[in-house]
Design a protein around this ligand. Structure first.
Ligand code: CP
Ligand code: NVA
Length: 308
C-alpha cells in the first residue's frame, strides 16, 4: 500500500488495478474490525456543495484513524471573497495533512493538487465521484465474493459524475459495465474511451439508450438522481425524458435473479427509483452508505502511509 503515500485521488483512473484491489482489501479488513496504527493527522474538508454521507464518513474515518477532521466552510473562508485557489492551496498545505474537496469544476481540484503537496481527494466534482465508487465496489465484492466477471448496469443520467467514475472503476476492477441513458445524456466519449483502454478485452464496456436490454441478466443495478447538484433548474423538465429509466419492479424483473440494487444517495423516490425497490430485498443501499466510511478510512490511511 506504500505506493499511494503522498498521492492525490482526483479520478478513479488515478489508481491502478492493483492499487484499487489493495484499497478494497484494506477497507474489508477495517470493516471486519482490524486495527491499524493510529495517526495524529489533520484532514480538511472543503465542500462547495451539500453533503451528508461524504462529509460525515470522512470525519468518522479520520477519527477512527486517531486523527481529526476540520470542516472548512467555503462561505466563511476567504475563497468566498475571491482569494485565488492557488493561494488557498499553498496555505492549507502548511496546516493540513490531507484535503478532501467537493466542488463543481474538476480543474479546481487539479489546481489544488498542483499547488499543494499534501494529498488532495476528489470528494465529488461534476465530472467524477471516485470515493463513492470505492464503497460501491466494496459492496459488490461483499455481495458476490469477488468482482471479476460481475456485470453492473447503470440506469439514468450517463453524463454525470457517478456514471463516469463507475465506468473507470469497474474497468479497473474487472466488472462489466453497461450505461443506459437517454441519447442526450450519454457519458463523455473520452471517459468511455479511457474506460475501454483500461478494460482491454477482458471487460465489457457498453453504452445504450435501451434500459431493458442493458439490465438483462445484470447482477448489479445502479441508479442516481436525474439532475445532479447544480442542475436544479432543469430537474422538472428532465422527469419525462428519464421516466423510461426508472428503476422499478418491472425493470428489475429483467435483471439476474441474484441482482442487487445500489444508489449512491440521496435518492428521489418515485423518480429514478421506486420506494418498493429502494426498500426491497435486493437493495444494498445502507451497506453501500456504510462502506463509504470503511473505504475512505482505507484511502486516507494509504495516502498518509499509516497502514502498518
Ligand atoms: N453519496 C454521497 O456522496 O452523498 P452525500 O452527497 O450526502 O455526501
Ligand atoms: N450525481 C449526484 C451524486 C450525489 C452524491 C450529484 O452530483 O448531485
Amino acid at each position: 500500500m506504500g505506493a499511494l503515500k503522498g498521492r492525490d485521488l482526483l479520478s478513479m483512473a488515478d489508481l491502478t488495478a492493483e492499487e484499487l484491489r489493495d484499497l478494497l482489501y484494506l477497507a474489508a479488513q477495517l470493516k471486519a474490525g482490524a486495527t491499524y496504527p493510529q495517526c495524529q493527522k489533520l484532514l480538511g474538508l472543503l465542500f462547495y456543495k451539500a453533503s451528508t454521507r461524504t462529509r460525515v464518513s470522512f470525519i468518522a474515518a479520520m477519527t477512527r484513524l486517531g486523527g481529526q477532521a476540520l470542516d472548512l466552510n467555503p462561505s466563511v473562508t476567504q475563497v468566498s471573497r475571491g482569494e485565488p485557489l492557488a493561494d488557498t492551496a499553498r496555505v492549507l498545505d502548511r496546516y493540513l495533512d490531507v484535503l478532501a474537496i467537493r466542488t463543481f469544476d474538476q480543474r479546481d481540484l487539479e489546481t489544488f493538487a498542483h499547488y499543494a503537496k499534501i494529498p488532495i481527494i476528489n470528494a465529488l466534482s461534476d465530472l467524477e465521484h471516485p470515493c463513492q465508487v470505492l464503497a460501491d465496489l466494496q459492496t459488490i465484492q461483499e455481495s458476490f465474493h469477488g468482482l471479476a466477471g460481475v456485470t453492473l448496469t447503470y440506469v439514468g443520467d450517463g453524463s454525470n459524475n457517478m456514471a463516469h467514475s463507475l465506468l473507470l472503476g469497474c474497468a479497473l476492477a474487472g466488472v462489466n459495465v453497461r450505461i443506459s441513458s437517454p441519447h442526450e445524456y450519454q457519458p463523455l466519449d473520452r471517459i468511455v474511451q479511457q474506460a475501454k483502454k483500461i478494460a482491454g478485452d477482458r471487460v465489457e464496456i457498453t453504452t445504450t439508450t435501451d434500459a431493458i436490454a442493458a439490465v438483462k441478466s445484470a447482477q448489479v443495478i445502479y441508479t442516481d438522481v436525474w439532475a445532479s447538484m447544480g442542475q436544479e433548474d432543469v430537474a422538472t423538465s428532465r422527469i419525462p425524458i428519464f421516466q423510461p429509466y426508472q428503476v422499478n419492479e418491472e425493470l428489475m424483473s429483467h435483471a439476474d435473479s441474484s441482482a442487487i440494487v445500489l444508489h449512491c444517495l440521496p435518492a428521489h423516490r418515485g423518480e429514478e427509483i421506486t420506494d418498493d425497490v429502494m426498500e426491497g430485498a435486493q437493495s444494498r443501499v445502507w451497506d453501500q452508505a456504510e462502506n463509504r466510511m470503511h473505504a475512505q478510512q482505507a484511502l486516507i490511511a494509504s495516502l498518509l502511509g499509516v497502514t502498518g
